[in-house]
Design a protein around this ligand. Structure first.
Ligand code: FAD
Length: 329
């Protein structure tokens, strides 16, 4: 790892200004919890000339709930806090569960919601210095290689999947992020539009500009009758990345589904909404059979790779169970 300068940013404005000085020869990168950034530096994927520490900025770690406005999380709120905070667990249980099942307790204590959304893919080709040195970005080599954990949908141009599992829940809740740029100018971007299909050639897989800081995450207020559930399916219970994860948010009127959002992570380059399955649920009383039909619809059109066809039935089962779990929440 090459040596680098370190700056403790005192304000968002200062961080934006420092990030704006980034150039190809002298990259400047933000650091929140540092969990992903340090991995990327150790793997030789990035070599910043200067690291701008955002954790020193006061006021970016607030968490506020308002019955009309919904939930607002400062970008520096940790995954551990999201998992245990009563306002989140009591009202946005799918997000609390997604945060609780991400990574390890040690990582969750340091990792922030902003950094989590902006982390790079866990694809082992992407993370391999050797792969990059021998002509990385070769989609065909990845497609024909060890693709067990790669995309089973929308995998023509890239087979990598976004790593963030809290993103799956945030997409289901219709959350947005606030991005702050020069002059304090802010813009709100839905999480579903923030994430771009991962690309080895690009410096980031989101629409954030190099001179913007992700400052807040906002979840809308939930209508009466909203129920939700989240499930992350790994090969083992602890310390593992998912095979897939699913977040379901339903607005129920008794047993009848009035609105449905089903988001599926780790199966497409970005979290995928199961729109056909959602349509199937709306207007009907939810029972085992309807959940089964919805799960079947959710996996239709999958185009698995040579080593990940096993993901299709796993995803189908997880969608079915998570839909049922949400209805009983
Ligand atoms: C063993 C292990 C298991 C894991 N399992 C999971 C899992 O199941 N699910 C999951 O989601 N993650 C998992 N992770 C990844 C971990 O959750 C992320 O690395 C972490 O959440 C990143 O957050 P951070 O605050 O440390 O980000 P950082 O590493 O500080 O930053 C990540 C990226 O975002 C940029 N950045 C950070 N904050 C901002 C901001 N506010 N504005 C602008 N740019 C910013 C940085 O420049 C960097 O490029 C796992 C990690 C490990 C080590």
């Amino acid at each position: 790892m090459q040596s680098f300068e370190w700056v403790d940013a005192e304000s968002v404005e200062q961080a934006v200004s420092l990030l704006g000085e980034s150039s190809e020869r002298q990259p400047v990168m933000a650091k929140a919890g540092g969990m992903d950034l340090l991995d990327l530096m150790k793997n030789g994927v990035v070599s910043p000339h200067r690291v701008v520490n955002l954790k020193s900025i006061k006021g970016l770690d607030g968490l506020r709930f308002d019955a009309k406005q919904g939930l607002e999380l400062g970008a520096l709120v940790t995954l551990a806090r999201i998992a245990r905070e009563p306002e989140v667990r009591g009202r946005y249980v799918a997000l609390a569960d997604a945060a609780e099942h991400a990574a390890t307790p040690q990582v969750r204590n340091a990792a922030t919601v902003g950094g989590n959304l902006l982390q790079r893919p866990r694809c082992w080709y992407f993370r391999s210095e050797h792969f990059h040195q021998t002509g990385g970005n070769d989609v065909e080599r990845v497609r024909e290689g060890e693709n067990q954990y790669h995309a089973i949908f929308d995998n023509q141009r890239t087979v990598m999947v976004h790593a963030s599992t809290p993103a799956t829940a945030l997409v289901a809740y219709g959350a947005s992020v606030e991005l702050t740029g020069p002059g304090g100018k802010t813009r709100m971007v839905p999480v579903s539009e923030l994430l771009l299909p991962p690309d080895m050639k690009r410096a980031r897989d989101t629409v954030i500009a190099p001179n913007e800081v992700l400052t807040r995450v906002r979840l809308p207020a939930l209508a009466a009758g909203t129920k939700a559930a989240y499930h992350k399916q790994g090969e083992r219970e602890s310390y593992d990345w998912p095979i897939c994860d699913v977040a379901v948010v339903l607005r129920m009127d008794g047993k009848v589904v009035r609105e449905a959002a089903i988001a599926m992570g780790w199966v497409a380059p970005t979290p995928r909404r199961a729109t056909e399955a959602e349509k199937l649920l709306v207007g009907k009383p939810l029972d085992e059979e309807l959940a089964r039909q919805a799960a079947k619809a959710a996996v239709s059109g999958a185009t698995p790779l040579s080593k990940n066809a096993y993901k299709v039935p796993v995803l189908e089962a997880v969608v079915r169970r998570t839909v049922l779990a949400a209805s009983k929440a």
